[in-house]
Ligand binder design. Structure first.
Ligand SMILES: [Zn+2]
Length: 144
């Protein structure tokens, strides 16, 4: 009974983490879809090339949302050589009210992305815990 409970808890932990990642992924999509850049693109039936290029990154086909701009932004590195991307805090800051990529929807999406990072870490740990149980059960099988 104790053993069964152990397996059950590990599986439930994994399932919870998996669901959390899925829920966050959906929420991120919904938040990004509310970005005015995305809405402008959705509303276009016919676009001039210039207009299209203003909204869509030609190389990747991605919409140039504020989040996209913040991720892509490079600033001179502290050491004085080369350029570097914004830090986690820097991205959030650049999307905040009054900043250069201000957008409440992209900021919301980014907060969810940060949350999903930790949810994915938890999912990884849950997966490892299940594998450890599997290995230990196999050893038990060999011995017994
Ligand atoms: Zn936006």
């Amino acid at each position: 009974m104790g053993d069964q409970n152990k397996y059950m808890l590990a599986i439930v932990r994994h399932e919870k983490a998996k669901r959390e990642v899925e829920v966050l992924t959906r929420a991120i999509g919904l938040a990004v879809n509310r970005c005015p850049v995305e809405i402008e693109l959705m509303g276009l039936s016919v676009a001039t090339k210039d207009h299209w290029e203003r909204l869509v990154d030609e190389k990747t086909g991605k919409t140039k949302t504020h989040l996209w701009q913040a991720f892509r932004f490079r600033e001179p590195s502290d050491c004085g050589y080369g350029m570097m991307a914004l830090s986690e805090d820097g991205v959030a800051e650049s999307l905040s009210a009054g900043s250069e990529f201000e957008c409440e929807h992209c900021l919301r999406a980014y907060e969810l992305i940060v949350k999903r990072k930790s949810a994915r870490r938890e999912l990884g740990h849950a997966r490892l815990a299940i594998r450890a149980l599997g290995r230990s059960a196999m050893r038990g099988g060999e011995n017994g």
